[in-house]
Design a protein around this ligand. Structure first.
Ligand code: XMP
Length: 312
């Protein structure tokens, strides 16, 4: 039986011996990176800097949520609003792979700058056992290049510290609970965020639209299907397609939002979720009512394969 109290006690002791200088972690606010941050913070205190890079592609309220969480945990942390940087780096870019590469490179650039400023010698990552056991370059990697916040490059010349390396997800959750972290079950969210949920060029206007639409989907799904009877993942995608509609008695030429909900075990394959029409109705009504730029909502009924879960 895995004992979180014993694990924490031993790991903190180990970390204290291992880390002989300043350390930095890119913290997404997810369970893994936050647990790793808290463990290392217990070992070396404010010699650990937790950095949250706000790319501008985060969900509604995400930066605020993270700010509140890190502050409650007493971490030495920094939230960097790099949205201007990220959005301008994507100007004119429409190819999904190129988008991912640019976002990945930008992320590293911003993070490296902070590491230097702080004088970090160690890089903490929230890698867990399945991350490295399964990272044999599977099919997934060949289809989309995955920018993972956890996947910072070796060339950073920092010594790698991975306190959760031997744990599985359920064990990490136990540790997190023991450390009094929020371990509310959350759906997966891609590293490049909303940027890959806008087909075509990313602009501030489109980000605002998809962020709002996504928040509506999340809110309505979570209200309609109480945990754990929810789809595995549920979100909104902004299409580059415009179509004719009416708002009041005015003809409008508006955007289309695609709603995607899937069930899956691990993201490798997925079945589209047979959502209740009542729920779809509510989502469509709210999106078209609350977001004036959108006049059409469609539901994605494709499985993976042949489609992927995300649209880019
Ligand atoms: P796809 O779209 O490849 O997605 O069927 C499978 C699962 O992975 C998530 N996903 C990502 N996760 N970085 C991540 O950390 C990424 O770049 C990324 N792209 C897709 C996706 O949301 C789904 O859960």
């Amino acid at each position: 039986m895995f004992k979180p109290d014993k694990f924490v006690e031993e790991k903190v002791k180990e970390l204290r011996e291992e880390i002989k200088g300043r350390a930095i972690i890119a913290c997404s606010g997810g369970v893994d990176s936050t647990t790793a941050a808290v463990l290392v913070h217990r070992a070396i205190g404010d010699n650990l800097l937790a950095v949250f890079v706000d790319t501008g592609f985060m969900r509604k309220g995400e930066a605020e949520r993270i700010d509140a969480l890190f502050s409650r945990l007493g971490l030495n942390y920094k939230i960097i609003d790099a949205s201007e940087d990220f959005i301008s780096a994507l100007k004119g870019v429409t190819d999904p792979e190129e988008k991912r590469k640019i976002i990945g490179a930008k992320f590293i650039e911003v993070f490296e700058r902070e590491a230097k400023k702080f004088g970090a010698e160690y890089l903490v990552q929230g890698t867990i056992a399945p991350d490295w056991i399964e990272s044999g370059g599977g099919l997934r990697e060949t289809i989309k290049s995955h920018h993972n916040v956890g996947g910072l490059p070796k060339k950073m010349n920092l010594k790698l510290v991975e306190p959760l390396r031997d744990l599985y997800k359920d064990e990490v959750r136990k540790v997190a609970e023991y450390l009094d972290l929020e371990v509310k079950e959350r759906q997966p969210f891609p590293g490049p965020g909303l940027a890959i949920r806008i087909l075509g060029e990313v602009t501030r206007e489109k980000l605002d639209i998809v962020r709002e639409a996504n928040a509506i989907v999340e809110e309505e799904v979570e209200k309609f299907y109480p945990f754990p009877d929810r789809p595995w993942q549920y979100f909104a995608v902004l299409l580059p397609v415009r179509s004719v509609g009416v708002h009041g008695d005015k003809r409008v030429y508006g955007y289309t939002v695609a709603v995607r909900m899937v069930d899956s075990l691990d993201g490798m394959s997925a079945a589209y979720f047979k959502a209740a029409h009542e729920l779809l109705d509510r989502i469509a009504t709210r999106i078209t009512r609350e977001i004036k730029e959108v006049n059409r909502v469609v539901y994605d009924i494709t499985n993976k394969p042949p489609a992927t879960i995300e649209w880019e």
